[in-house]
Write a protein that binds this ligand. Sequence first.
Ligand code: C5P
Length: 241
Amino acid sequence: MRPLGSSFFAVVVAAGVGERMNAALPKQYLPLLGKPVLAHTLEAFERFEPVTEVTVVIHPLHEKIFEREILERYRFRKVRRYVFGGATRQDSVYEGVKVYRDHPEDFVLIHDGVRPLVGEEVLWRCVEGLRKHEAICVAIPSVDTLKLSLDGQTVQKTLDRRTVWRAQTPQAFRVGLILQAFEQARKEGFQGTDDASLVERLGVPVYLVLGSEENLKITTPQDFLLAEEMLRFRVRWSRTG
Ligand code: C5P
């Protein structure tokens, strides 16, 4: 068991340009019950006591809106800096994590800016996981049966859903380990769709902790409706609970 006393940082990536929603602004800046998605996400870290500092990764095109609509409006205490991201999510995360390169023995929680409903219990599972392991992936078991199709038309294989998990974020790591994984991937030209896959390539075990269906990644207009409904439910529940 690792001694308490290590620091926990968060890197929130929000440098995507959001082609899928066809909106003028990418989804992280669109309102969810009147507040930008990204502000909800940053609030979750603001409330979560073990994380002491947050770095946000943004797109240079959105610097003004980020400063005005997020930083000035909400004045998050833990958001110490922002950096510019890159062409892919992987490049953006790397820019954020590099900020902590002088803290190789501390920990970083990497989170998508478009997962505004991440709950405190999921964040706690990450931090608890890091007391024993160097690499943590939040995920949920698949309730659907999953098919593998190499051509998008026919099924090559049915996967055993008891062995399949759907990865979410945060994914959390010892800083020195995730930097090594990014540097190795860069050297070998590997692009992954999440951060844990880069650590898996090093042969280092990544431990699963349970995520939540609420922790959805806002991708489509329907996701906004769903997220708003869940937020309304939370507000009602906190008033009556
Ligand atoms: O594109 P995807 O849905 O994987 O995006 C997940 C998160 O990664 C979003 O919060 C998005 O803003 C961020 N991202 C980024 N830099 C990119 C692409 C995506 O920070 N180049």
